[in-house]
Design a protein around this ligand. Structure first.
Ligand code: COA
Length: 261
């Protein structure tokens, strides 16, 4: 599948790499890029060999510098609401609820929609050069792709409020201290670390990981009882071939060979 604004590459190592490829615009998310990302995530998730999806930005300067400001400068109230609703539905919520683990490799600026995109991924790894922020109020806007919710969930309400209200960026080290990213590494080590993490993920049961993602996400959904989702997902695991294989392999003192998707 070829795209205009992104690249999807499926590696032999059960890893799909999705790269946003608009370096001259610091990988800003225009409408076409959002649609293409939706399609690429769908393809990668459905690919029988893919066990982890890695999302990154092209070039050394930016992961994604935000939603493409040139596209919405003249929007009405209705068009603005529609932009946020569609984006959340087809991309941000879509990624968060995928059964395939998604890692964001933050290789530079992750601002506005860019940080929101990284936060929709299941976890984040950053290069030392990364800078993160939600600067929307400096444009007379607020974050519209889930940023007000996910940032507070990840770093706590106090720091989220400060970042959103000051519109200031934080560096990778501060993001690490507050749990926004899990690792900070030199730029040249970023993809290597993500590949190591993906190799560890690749050993595990696809079905069990999808169930775990669903159960963890349930804690952050209002009106959903996360404990009940966990009980149900836990019970369902007992009916899977991967559970039979995983427990049998353990008892036979060998490595499990899971069936895949
Ligand atoms: N939307 C559209 N275009 C963007 C963009 C965005 N969010 N972010 C960067 N660009 C474009 C710039 O307009 C510029 O295009 P041009 O060369 O055609 O003029 C190009 O990307 C390079 O950006 P530039 O501002 O020249 O780089 P810089 O190194 O001076 O500054 C940033 C980098 C990230 C600090 C700056 O680009 C910025 O503040 N971007 C907007 C961030 C933002 O507010 N995001 C939230 C949007 S809701």
């Amino acid at each position: 599948m070829s795209y205009e604004n992104i690249q999807l590459e499926v590696l032999d190592t059960a890893l799909a790499v999705i790269t946003i490829n608009r370096p001259k615009k610091l990988n800003a998310l225009n409408k076409a890029t959002i649609e293409e990302l939706h399609d690429a995530f769908k393809q990668a998730d459905a690919h029988t060999k893919v066990k982890t999806i890695l999302l990154t930005g092209s070039g050394e300067k930016a992961f994604v510098a935000g939603a493409d400001i040139s596209e919405f400068a003249d929007f009405s109230v209705e068009a603005g609401a529609e932009l946020a609703a569609r984006g959340q539905h087809i991309l941000f919520d879509f990624i968060e609820n995928l059964g395939t683990p998604v890692i964001a490799a933050i290789n530079g600026f992750a601002l506005g929609g860019g940080l929101e995109l990284a936060m929709a991924c299941h976890f984040r790894v950053a290069s030392v050069t990364a800078k993160m922020g939600l600067p929307e109020v400096s444009l007379g806007l607020i974050p519209g792709y889930g940023g007000t919710q996910r940032l507070a969930n990840l770093v706590g309400k106090g720091l989220a409020m400060e970042m959103i209200l000051t519109a200031r960026m934080i560096d990778a080290q501060k993001a690490l201290t507050h749990g926004l990213v899990n690792y900070v590494v030199p730029q040249e080590a970023l993809l290597g670390l993500c590949k190591t993490l993906a190799a560890q993920i690749a050993k595990n049961s696809t079905q069990a990981m999808a169930a775990a993602i669903k159960a963890v996400n349930a804690n952050f959904k209002h009106s959903v009882d996360g404990y009940a989702v966990e009980i149900n997902a836990f019970g369902n695991c007992f009916g899977t071939a991967d559970f039979k294989e995983g427990t049998t392999a353990f008892l036979e003192k060998r490595k499990a060979k899971f069936s895949g998707k």
